[in-house]
Design a protein around this ligand. Structure first.
Ligand code: ARG
Length: 446
């Protein structure tokens, strides 16, 4: 029986060649699965029928297109938002979020077709191979994963020739100077002149963030327990909301990133991203958390967020630590409900207001006006106890204060020596340094 392989198919040159290559070199029956995660938003490429046809022309036994936009938004972008996820503090994980969605569908199709393996078109240098393979091993450890582009040794020119030889129609796949990966959460642009990190990305790399709008606009994003649910009061499904925010904020030229990042495989890579909707939502969501999260919860959450981003970047979407962190983040979002006002102006988008029915901002406590309800008399005792430890430390161990720059250059004793001579060791440090006890500190009195 022929080996049956489910291939993650994009419609591009590499995965089209992969269809034929798997047939010729693995003797495989190929099921091509194209997963719509919101890529090709720029109309002319959203031709899923043509993509299906191309897979069949390349020799696929069957070619399926799955619309996973809502799933991508609800199950992947929303958890990333709850985690305020930015890899290395900047990159909102665009490609890293779509691979596990695709893996889910590859595995489902593999089961439906009783396949032996899944396959992807990634090379050996990137993160996406890691995400496909580790994800598949988590969901279906029995499935083999094939990576033809890692073994075939074909250049781009070879691939074009290979496609021509086998009559694979690639006329619609124009020669592009960049490698592009796109979904609802944004777009990653690599290769070409931007491989030199010194080169400014030319304007033609950008498609989602071309500035066309000039009149400032305000847009109100509504959240329910951390989930974005509305724009200007209109209730929207997450996929529609994200797509709309991409349009609105992208039109102001907002949402570009230019960075050098650390890939999982040990390569530093120069990346250009466009993620207007994602960055606007992340900004709004984090702002609403400022208003609604209790301090300790907020601070602990902030410590865990980078870990979540690393796990997801590294292909560990389906993993126990990531799942446990998800549970923590979900719980943390219980009261992240309210609205955030964003203002867009040419080149920027920023928060200008926020409100919540469960806000922890207490006007009476915060105000300096007559409405003040804060118990000022409690502050003195609190602050004294808060400082008790350092007061004791200062009295017994601290170097006597010197005016800055009083020591002649080269003559200053090292810190430790100064400290030892200033605070001689004694059985009774208080009586050994008479007069040094701070009367406020209470040292010496019982
Ligand atoms: N460096 C980014 C990441 O690892 C983007 C990868 C883009 N993928 C691609 N096949 N062009 O998530």
């Amino acid at each position: 029986m022929a080996k049956r392989v489910v291939l993650a198919y994009s419609g591009g040159l590499d995965t089209s060649v992969a269809v034929r290559w798997l047939i010729e070199n693995e003797g495989a029956e190929v099921i091509a699965v194209a997963v719509d995660v919101g890529q090709n938003a720029d109309a002319d490429e959203a031709d899923w029928d043509a993509i299906r046809e191309r897979a069949l022309a390349a020799g696929a036994l069957e070619a399926t297109v799955v619309d996973a936009r809502r799933e991508m938004a609800q199950d992947f972008c929303v958890p990333a938002l709850m985690a305020n996820a930015k890899y290395e503090g900047k990159y909102p994980l665009v490609s890293a979020l779509s691979r596990p969605v695709i893996v889910r569908h590859l595995v489902a199709e593999a089961r439906r077709h009783d396949a032996h393996a899944v396959a992807h078109g990634c090379t050996g240098k990137g993160n996406d191979q890691v995400r496909f393979e580790v994800g598949t091993r988590a969901l279906a450890p029995d499935l083999e994963v094939l990576a033809p582009a890692r073994v075939w040794g074909l250049t781009r020119a070879d691939c074009i020739e290979y496609a021509a030889t086998w009559g694979i129609p690639l006329s619609v796949t124009k020669e592009k100077p960049y490698s592009i990966d796109e979904n609802l959460w944004g777009k990653a642009i690599e290769c070409g002149v931007i491989e030199d990190p010194w080169n400014q990305p030319p304007e033609d790399v950008y498609t989602m963030t071309r500035q066309t709008a000039t009149e400032p606009v305000e847009i109100v994003v509504g959240f329910e327990s951390g989930v974005p649910v509305s724009l200007d009061g209109r209730l929207l499904d997450a996929d529609v909301l994200i797509a709309e925010l991409n349009q609105v904020t992208g039109a102001y030229g907002f949402g570009r990133l230019d960075m050098v990042e650390n890939r999982r495989v040990g390569i530093k890579s120069r990346e250009t991203y466009e993620c207007p909707g994602a960055l606007a939502l992340l900004m709004a969501h984090a702002d609403l958390e400022d208003l609604t999260l209790e301090r300790d919860l907020h601070h602990e959450k902030a410590r865990l967020e980078p870990r979540w981003s690393e796990l997801v970047y590294d292909g560990l979407w389906f993993s126990p630590l990531k799942q446990a962190l998800d549970a923590f983040f979900l719980e943390s979002q219980t009261y992240v409900t309210g609205e955030v006002r964003l203002r867009c102006e040419p080149g920027k988008c920023f928060v200008v207001g926020r409100r919540s029915p469960v806000s922890l901002y207490d006007y009476g406590l915060a105000t300096y006006d007559a409405a003040d309800t804060f118990r000022h008399q409690d502050a003195a005792g609190f602050v004294r106890l808060w400082g008790q430890g350092v007061a004791t430390w200062s009295a017994r161990q601290q170097v006597p204060s010197k005016s800055p720059g009083s020591a002649a250059p080269g003559s200053a004793a090292p810190d430790s020596a100064t400290r030892l001579s200033a605070a001689p060791v004694s059985a009774d440090p208080v009586s050994a340094t008479p007069g040094s006890a701070d009367s406020e500190s209470g040292i010496g009195s019982s």
